[in-house]
Design a binder for this molecule. Structure first.
Ligand code: GAL
Length: 635
């Protein structure tokens, strides 16, 4: 599939005097921007007092942008309910794990389960969809803003409790069935009625893990239904595609479920903020990539959100300069705002939209760069955006390249290993991204698949680390898959009720392999493997007659294999993972390219792209790529 690719920017007309809108629009168009996202935080200006709308300014803003040839991405403002909403619905605030209501004064303070707030959202979205749904300058919609950001999915409020009880009653039908599923005979936790069930916070010691897992599933479903409410209203009035802007390394709700209701997945990419704030790496790695970002983190999310969007995805917010919210906020190396955009396009993005047009001189994000400085002079990223726009004119189409390897990603497994980590550093996202890194170090294109993927036929190699429960469709697909699959550690070790299955895991058809027992390992402890590298963090003792595919120095099985299926009983360090992946790829005839540190490649249908995340030039395949440089050549 080839799609047009283009640039966008996030703009807040309500932050600026109306007199400068036209000049802003002219400069955006001159830069080569197509889409302008507006509106997503402007509820207090759209509806200054309850039931009194003021659309005049928004009508004019859209008209000014449209006149300059720009298309608008219109955000629904439901992430920022205005102050008067709190008076109408004093109980609409989410409640944290300690039982404290969240306060007004920033954003995302609403509770997904509050019916009164949902009705207010339906009302404002209806008014917007009726007014702008057929506007000729409308290019797309965005629902809300970054669901889950600032830890806002789980709420321990009375309204959440009541909705959770309803959800449980629908799922289990009787308290007895729930007691059986949760194993409530343990510690005398049995219930006689759904009304007795509480939320899994404030317990003396850990709550029942199935209780926690059901609460997480419920909370995720609430996000999906909150989003669906808006989508259904918009669709009744508009044909424009609908997107949501997801975040990086946020696993608190099932993005595949939300994505199923949308036309486009988009995500907000802040490479330097994420490196500082949410990536496990050595100080040396963080220093080396300080001004460029981690070389694999963006690509992982691009591939993940391409899957969530079922092929259609954007960057809704691209970091242009320093952000304001990470522990340290470095300035990008010249070239990075261009590199980040091209990397997204090479992974199939239709649009890369920079956040934001002009740096705000007031309020929370004063220290966050934009394409313009607060005095309207160009900030460094403006010229880079213009350069990308000129380059796009030469290569206007994005084709998603085929991938020989697929990696399964599952949000429920992230909750599973938060609920029952068994070792402090067993983090699902970290596990999966370590595999992703290993594949990228071999120069491979990777597709991410949802946990219910039912067709693996496109892939020579499928990797399934840490998937708590293998779904039926995936199990079936594995049975008929002609390629290799590497499964584990911890894969299929829970039933859907979050119990330990008997027969013991992994219980894979055609593979005589049983996980006899497991242990977690503190930092610094490792179990060396024959052939190099070691097991860290997590180790399983495997029993069975299948062939040893990986062996510890002591001669114990670290992986067992039969035919096309390998079960891996541990968390491999970088060296061991690299060996295993390289060996498997060679065996399968998958061409690998050993990538130098910080250099990454991605092949589209037509081109090979090289991205240099290093602060110094790299010579590779006879090509010298400058620091923060991008190189492409036709295939
Ligand atoms: C995003 C958010 C934006 C802005 C930005 C700053 O998470 O969607 O509204 O706050 O971060 O980096």
């Amino acid at each position: 599939m080839t799609l047009p690719r283009t640039l966008g920017v996030c703009y807040y007309p309500e932050h600026w005097p109306e007199e400068i809108w036209a000049e802003d629009a002219r400069r955006m168009a001159e830069t080569g921007i197509t889409f302008v996202r507006i509106g997503e935080f402007a509820w207090s200006r759209m509806e200054p007092t309850p039931g009194t709308y003021d659309w005049g300014w928004l009508d004019r803003a859209i008209a000014v942008l449209g006149k300059a040839g720009l298309k608008v991405v219109l955000g629904t403002p439901t992430a920022t309910p205005p102050r008067w909403m709190a008076e109408r619905h004093p109980d609409m605030f989410a409640v944290d794990r300690e039982g404290r209501p969240r306060a007004f004064g920033s954003r995302r303070h609403y509770d997904f389960s509050h019916e009164g707030y949902r009705a207010e959202c339906a009302r404002i979205v209806t008014a917007m969809a009726e007014r702008y749904g057929r506007n000729p300058h409308l290019g797309a919609w965005q629902t809300d803003n970054e669901y889950a950001c600032h830890d806002t999915v789980l709420s321990y409020s009375p309204v959440a409790l009541s909705a959770f009880r309803d959800w449980l009653a629908r799922k289990y039908q009787s308290p007895q069935a729930l007691n059986r599923a949760w194993g409530n005979v343990f510690w005398s936790m049995e219930y006689d009625s759904f009304d007795q069930i509480g939320l899994p916070n404030l317990t003396v010691t850990e709550p029942n893990p199935t209780h926690v897992m059901d609460f997480r599933r419920f909370a995720s479903d609430q996000v999906a239904s909150f989003n669906r409410l808006q989508v259904e209203i918009i669709r009744a009035h508009s044909d424009a595609p609908i997107a949501h802007n997801y975040m990086g390394r946020v696993t608190d709700f099932d993005h595949f479920k939300v994505g199923a209701d949308l036309d486009i997945a988009s995500w907000d990419s802040y490479p330097l903020g994420f490196l500082s704030d949410r990536i496990e790496a050595t100080e040396e790695h963080k220093a080396h990539f300080l001004r460029q970002g981690d070389p694999d983190n963006q690509a992982f999310h691009h591939d993940l959100y391409r899957a969530v969007g079922r092929g259609r995805w954007w960057i809704m917010e691209q970091q242009p300069g320093p952000v304001n919210w990470a522990p340290w906020n470095a300035d990008p190396l010249p070239g990075m705002p261009r590199l980040w955009a091209w990397e997204a396009f090479a992974h199939g993005a239709e649009c890369v939209s920079y956040f934001r047009w002009r740096q705000a001189p007031f309020a929370q994000e004063q220290m966050h760069a934009g394409l313009l400085r607060p005095d309207s002079a160009a900030a460094p990223a403006l010229g880079e955006a213009a350069q990308v726009a000129r380059e796009l004119a030469q290569m206007p189409e994005a084709g998603t390249g085929a991938a020989p390897v697929a990696l399964v990603f599952d949000y429920e497994s992230a909750w599973a290993w938060e609920t029952q980590p068994q070792g402090r550093d067993f983090d699902y996202f970290r596990l999966v991204t370590a595999w992703y890194r290993g594949l990228r170090s071999l120069g491979l294109n990777v597709d991410i698949l949802p946990p219910d993927a039912g067709d693996l036929s496109a892939y020579k190699l499928v990797l399934i680390p840490g998937l708590a429960t293998l779904s039926r469709p995936l199990l079936k697909a594995l049975e008929i898959h002609g390629g290799q699959a590497i499964v584990g550690p911890r894969t299929n070790c829970k039933t859907p009720d979050f119990a330990t299955p008997v027969p013991l895991p992994p219980n894979l058809p055609g593979l005589d392999c049983t996980v006899a027992r497991v242990e977690s390992l503190p930092p610094g402890i490792e179990i060396p493997l024959q052939g190099g590298g070691a097991i860290r963090h997590w180790h399983e003792v495997l029993e069975g007659t299948a062939d040893m595919a990986l062996t510890t120095l002591e001669g114990e099985a670290a992986a067992l294999r039969s035919g096309r299926l390998t079960y891996l009983g541990g968390w491999l360090d970088e060296t061991a993972l690299a060996h295993l992946l390289r060996k498997t790829c060679v065996e399968l005839g998958i061409a690998v390219t050993e990538m130098p540190c910080g250099l990454r490649q991605r092949c589209t249908q037509t081109h090979r792209f090289l991205f240099n995340y290093n602060p110094a030039p790299v010579t590779f395949d006879g090509i010298t790529i400058p620091a923060a440089g991008v190189h492409w050549s036709a295939l």
